[in-house]
Design a protein. Structure first.
Length: 295
């Protein structure tokens, strides 16, 4: 009996201690029933926890239903030409916006852009690839000056994708200092409307044939002022062009070369028969839209 008792104890110990029994051998009926109850209890606890989580999420959603989360503002990226440390933020914003509304191939010709804050004698200067503006003027005037000076940059550019010509077409009667201007330069067609050469007006040119008095000083100012007038005072330009052949031809030329730039402003000047002196001083409402001029 002792031997049988010890044998029974040994068998029981083996059944409890062996991992193999728990993983793969059938348990007695009571043990199996207990195991099933344990699993059911665990499963019930899991579902209770899951339901509690769901209720918590539902409460959070109801609490935030009336709250609008403001989107994170995007950091504006400026064009490299204007993104300079020594240019004030407002002038970066104005210049960046204006440049993005201009023909891409013409904007590429601008290589140097400066804003001076020391009250320079001249409000704006420009050449083939350089533009300098005064930062000591009102914002609206700064924008108008920028557009005027861009007219010079585009006009004097050598890039045929903008307003450049080729030597193969031959020399025109116009020149910028010592630089020749060629016959297939689109600007030559504009100059020829009112000019015999860069400094001499045609014999039939009248004061009313120019958008401003300053435009009548030479061919280059004629184009730059007309460019600014077209962009910022377009309604008045159209009105004047209806009864003036020279202005009609200039308006048509600008429309062909720079389509769409006139859609970003509403001019406030009124035509009363008196030619204004300076297009950059005329009032306008700046209303840029999604249209971007492209050639």
């Amino acid at each position: 009996m002792r031997t049988k008792f010890l044998l029974l104890i040994g068998l029981l110990l083996c059944n409890v201690a062996s991992p193999q029994t728990l993983q793969g051998t059938s348990l007695p009926q009571q043990a199996e029933a207990a195991s099933v109850k344990t699993q059911e209890k665990q499963q019930k606890t899991y579902f209770i926890a899951t339901n509690a989580q769901r209720r918590l999420v539902a409460r959070m959603r109801r609490a935030s239903a009336g709250t609008q989360v403001k989107p994170t503002p995007r950091i504006r990226s400026f064009l490299p030409i204007v993104d300079q440390e020594n240019i004030e933020l407002k002038h970066k914003q104005i210049a960046d916006e204006v440049l993005r509304l201009m023909p891409t191939e013409c904007v590429k010709t601008l290589r140097n852009f400066y804003v001076r804050y020391n009250n320079p004698a001249q409000r704006g200067l420009a050449g083939k690839n350089t533009l300098i503006l005064s930062g000591n003027v009102p914002d609206a005037e700064f924008r108008a000056l920028l557009i005027h000076e861009l007219g010079h940059v585009f006009d004097l550019s050598d890039a045929t994708a903008c307003l450049g010509g080729t030597s193969a077409s031959g020399k025109s009667r116009f020149r910028d200092g010592n630089d020749l201007m060629f016959n297939d330069d689109p600007s030559v067609d504009f100059y020829s409307i009112s000019w015999a050469n860069e400094k001499t007006k045609r014999a039939d040119a009248r004061a009313e044939d120019f958008v401003t008095g300053y435009a009548a000083t030479d061919t280059f100012e004629d184009l730059a002022e007309s460019f600014a007038y077209f962009a910022l005072q377009n309604g008045t330009f159209r009105e004047r062009a209806k009864s003036n052949t020279a202005l009609a031809e200039k308006y048509q030329w600008l429309s062909a070369q720079f389509p769409g730039i006139e859609r970003n402003a509403v001019g406030q000047s009124q035509w009363n028969g008196t030619v204004p002196w300076d297009a950059t001083k005329l009032a306008y409402d700046w209303q840029p839209n999604a249209y971007i001029a492209r050639k």
